[in-house]
Design a protein around this ligand. Structure first.
Ligand code: HEC
Ligand code: HEC
Length: 377
């Protein structure tokens, strides 16, 4: 029993302590050799060394787990704190409501002072899938994206990030939360960003009902099965809403033209390009311009890249939980899932120059499949 102790211990330690892996492997070999030669003195020595390593490893492991829990906890507090908006009426959770898949059910969101923005709040439940943030992909780091709403006039409306840190410093709850998360009470923009990003990344990414049924081999039902065939076959939805990993992201992370919304602005393009340029010269961040100016919002990806082919292009959203996140599209202009399916069939067919004509039954089947993309909670 005693003789097997060091071998068992070193094997148990391997996943715990990456940085000392090589030493551990050496110790495993050493103890196996000692075991082979029945050298009890060597075995006792190596057992003692390994016990110490185990204790240190566990302490370090639980300390880092503890501090990431505290970071997430701080992030959650910041996320739900209305006092961090200009009139203390709006928090991130006002528009990203946890019980609504972190979306708000509105056509376009309402921020401080009842200010109505131009875009539909995206569900941020699945943020781990997102590579470029916002409908136009104007931000590539989550830590930058989470700071933008604080100073956006259509969202939380603070004059600058300095007043954000001042508010956090002044609030009673935060010193102990910062202390636990960072080891001291210092407040900074980057710490706030880190905590918010950690909270969003900690949100679970469960499988959809569809994926569960496939893994467990449960019967899908005729409508769902036929809907799935259409989704990847005749309707070609998987061209953009990819079935990639497991759980699947249902997005290609790219930007596509839709026709949604662009008819509103088509005649005024030259004037809008002027406005975009003036904002840029004034140094106004893109997000602040597009969330308060409905016309500029319709430029889509173009406002970021200024490439003609990106005019009116928006990021492919995930379809996870899509039945729960009405209304639809970047401007929330489509009220129901049935209309969204019809709209997509029409425009995607138009864009390919080959109409996709589905019967009423087939549309219903496609809808039944999309309902199975709900996760189980
Ligand atoms: C007034 C409503 C509102 C508030 C408040 C708000 N958001 Fe949002 N959020 C939106 C809208 C609308 C979008 C889409 C904006 C766009 O694409 O231009 C969005 C997009 C995002 C995205 C990008 C998601 C993706 O998939 O690309 C993140 C991340 C995000 N919000 C985090 C936050 C955080 C963190 C807070 C609080 C600091 C916050 N939001 C406050 C409405 C809001
Ligand atoms: C060429 C790429 C592409 C194809 C093909 C495509 N989509 Fe989309 N889909 C998008 C983009 C981009 C959006 C966002 C458009 C916008 O907001 O203006 C979107 C939005 C949606 C939405 C609304 C989601 C939300 O959260 O607002 C649904 C539902 C949808 N698509 C279903 C489908 C179905 C069903 C098919 C197959 C018939 C399909 N799509 C084919 C790119 C595509």
């Amino acid at each position: 029993m005693f003789t097997l102790y060091p071998v068992a211990l070193s094997v148990l330690l391997l996943p715990l302590s990456d940085p000392v892996n090589t030493q551990l492997r050496m110790m495993t070999k050493y103890s196996l050799r000692a075991l082979h030669g029945r050298d009890l003195r060597k075995l006792a020595l190596v057992s003692a060394a390994l016990t110490l390593a185990a204790m240190a490893g566990c302490v370090r492991y639980s300390a880092s787990e503890e501090s990431s829990k505290s970071l997430i906890d701080l992030g959650k507090n910041l996320f739900e704190d209305q006092s961090l908006s200009a009139d203390a009426s709006v928090s991130c959770a006002t528009c990203h409501v946890p019980s609504r898949q972190f979306s708000d059910g509105r056509m376009t969101s309402r921020g401080v002072g009842g200010h109505v923005g131009t875009r539909n709040a995206m569900s941020i439940q699945d943020i781990k899938f997102v590579r470029t943030f916002f409908w136009d992909g104007r931000e590539s780091r989550l830590e930058n994206a989470v700071l933008q709403p604080f100073t956006n006039a259509a969202e939380m409306g603070l004059p600058d990030l300095g007043s954000l840190t001042q508010r956090v410093e002044a609030a009673e709850a935060y010193p102990s939360l910062f202390l636990r998360a960072f080891g001291d009470t210092g407040v900074s923009e980057s710490r706030i960003a880190e905590a918010l990003a950690a909270y969003l990344r900690s949100l679970p990414l469960p499988r959809t009902k569809f994926e569960h049924a496939r893994i467990e081999g449960t019967e899908l039902g005729e409508d769902v099965r036929l809907g799935f065939d259409l989704f990847k076959g005749k309707a070609a939805c998987t061209d953009c809403h990819l079935l990639d990993e497991s759980p699947a992201s249902f997005t290609d992370h790219k930007f596509h033209h839709t026709g949604v919304g662009s008819e509103k602005v088509v005649g005024r393009m030259a004037e809008m390009l002027d406005r975009l340029e003036t904002n840029r010269q004034k140094g106004l961040p893109i997000g602040n311009a597009v969330l308060v100016d409905a016309d500029l919002a319709e430029l889509g990806r173009f406002a970021v890249t200024q490439r003609p082919e990106d005019l009116g292009a928006f990021r492919t959203p995930t379809l996870r939980n899509v039945a729960r996140t009405a209304p639809y599209m970047h401007d929330g202009s489509i009220a129901t899932l049935e209309e969204a399916i019809d709209r997509e069939l029409y425009y995607r067919g138009l864009a390919r120059g080959r109409p996709i004509s589905l019967t009423v039954d087939e549309r219903r089947q496609l809808g039944a499949f999309l309902h199975m993309l709900n996760t189980s909670h």
